[in-house]
Design a protein around this ligand. Structure first.
Ligand SMILES: Nc1ncnc2c1ncn2[C@@H]1O[C@H](COP(=O)(O)OP(=O)(O)O)[C@@H](O)[C@H]1O
Ligand SMILES: [Mg+2]
Length: 465
């Protein structure tokens, strides 16, 4: 562990301040001191500390008042009260106000160390939860239902999964390559969950989805006042991922200045929040993914070669679905089961012709496309047996296997005059009518996001013009 626990000692007794600061520094804590409650609060607004040791009785603001103020801070540190009072009353009052614990002076160094470490551990858990929630609200965490199972049957995937299992046991950086929709997210989650860090939440960031201006503050966090609009201190994802894994999706889209900063962090294990001069450490394992050919980006100067080598410790390539067709039947069964439950249609099955069509398709959008196709058909099929006609759009596609065109032609017999798009449109408009035009409810019934619904409705409007 390289990370030092930072401690702010607040006491108006200069001798005690010096003594405790010296002792705890020697034990490996990063120490700072304040002489009063007022000064402590100022310090905490500017800089983040893990733990505060707060004297109960001080001139000026009392310890309890300072505690109240500290607890009101955004993302407060854990506070340990120091009291000379041996009666329980004040200690209990402090705990009621949110102190982590209290120590009766004179506390031994061992006692202090033990309580500080426990307080820090609690804070770290709180922070991980907060990081996870923040990531979820930013839409960076894939809390998607059914996104955790890694279905596979092919030789190629069996080999890949076994390498991934070994990689999980190491703490090395992993880079996942493969076309969009092949399952890189799923594999990253798999590696993380089987690693020693697997009990902590995986922190995910999509490097392609974030505006360049926000990158640094998202990654490294910022101090209060670091820039216009930075009204409060904010932790970055690197801190949220302390002790866990950070999944950098679409790493090929990382802007050049951020490539430098990420490399620096990977080399040093240290970083600075925007607007801070203080180095911080975070113990993070990196898994990166890209659907680009990074080596080409390196050659063309779009991606730093040193960062490439840093990331490329263990490299796993997920083949496109068309190159591992043996996985298709297992995936079909998996997603059918998922949507049977999701749509509460326990009798849902695929007709023989439908299954053949799906198994012979080339799936340029890989597993994601297969999944979406099943989802739509499961939502729209009026019969429990989903007919090949539901997949009309697949039938016309070029396929690479020799047998496939024949199969596609067989399935052609089922193609109705209405296209899938039309069926979908009718279905959506009907549900919308049933909900009296309530789009939120309609989206829930349709099992799509409100945003997708809005987009579709806009498209219909545009078509109608
Ligand atoms: N082997 C698999 N088993 C189960 N679901 C999978 C598998 N591979 C991909 N998926 C699903 O397909 C979709 C796309 O996968 P994802 O991991 O996001 O692809 P990528 O990150 O490569 O673009 C997700 O909904 C995911 O749950
Ligand atoms: Mg992905």
């Amino acid at each position: 562990m390289t990370r030092k626990i930072s401690v702010l000692l607040v006491d108006d007794d200069p001798l005690l301040r010096r003594l405790v600061t010296e002792q705890l520094s020697r034990s490996g804590f990063e120490m700072a001191a304040a002489v009063s409650g007022e000064e402590a609060i100022e310090a905490l607004q500017a800089t983040d500390y893990d733990v505060v040791l707060l004297d109960m009785r001080m001139t000026g603001m009392t310890g309890l008042d300072a505690l109240r103020e500290i607890r009101r801070l955004d993302d407060p540190p854990e506070v340990i009260m120091l009291t000379a009072d041996t009666s329980l009353g004040t200690g209990i009052e402090a705990m009621r106000l949110g102190a982590y614990d209290y120590l009766t002076k004179p506390a031994t160094l061992d006692e202090m160390e033990a309580v500080i470490r426990k307080a820090d551990e609690k804070r770290r858990l709180v922070r991980q939860n907060a990081g996870l929630r923040a990531a979820a609200t930013r839409g960076t965490s894939s809390g998607e239902e059914g996104a955790h199972t890694l279905v596979h049957a092919s030789e190629a995937m069996r080999g890949l999964v076994s390498i991934a299992e070994s990689a999980a046991r190491l703490d090395s950086t992993v880079i996942l390559t493969g076309e969009s929709g092949t399952g890189k997210d799923v594999l990253a989650r798999f590696i993380h969950s089987r690693s020693a860090r697997g009990d902590s939440p995986l922190i995910t960031i999509n490097c392609g989805a974030l505006p360049e201006a926000l990158f640094e503050s998202e990654f490294f966090g910022h101090e209060k006042g670091a820039f216009t609009g930075a009204t409060a201190m904010k932790r970055g994802l690197i801190e949220a991922a302390d002790g866990s894994t950070l999944f950098l999706d679409e790493i090929g889209d990382l802007p050049a200045p951020m490539q430098v900063k990420l490399l620096h962090f990977l080399e040093q294990g240290r970083f600075r929040r925007v607007g801070s001069t203080r180095d911080r450490a975070s113990d993070v394992r990196i898994i990166a993914a890209t659907n680009r050919r990074l080596a080409e980006d390196v050659q063309q100067g779009r991606f730093r070669i040193d960062l490439f080598y840093r990331l490329n410790v263990i490299s796993l390539h997920v083949p496109p679905l068309r190159d591992r067709r043996e996985d298709i039947p297992a995936l079909l069964d998996h997603f059918l089961a998922l949507y049977r439950e999701r749509f509460q249609r326990p009798a849902l099955t695929l007709s023989e012709a439908a299954r053949r069509l799906l198994e012979s398709s080339d799936w340029p959008g890989n597993v994601r496309e297969l999944r979406n196709t099943i989802e739509r058909a499961a939502a729209l099929s009026e019969t429990d047996e989903i007919e090949a006609a539901q997949f009309a759009q697949l039938a016309g596609r070029e396929t690479t296997t020799a047998a496939a065109p024949v199969r596609a032609r067989e399935a052609d017999a089922d193609v109705p005059t209405r296209t899938l798009e039309e069926l979908e449109r009718q279905h959506i408009l009907r549900v919308l009518e049933e909900t009296g035009g309530n789009r939120e409810r309609a989206a829930i019934i349709l099992g799509i996001s409100a945003r997708t619904l809005y987009r579709k409705l806009r498209e219909y409007e545009e078509d109608g013009k």
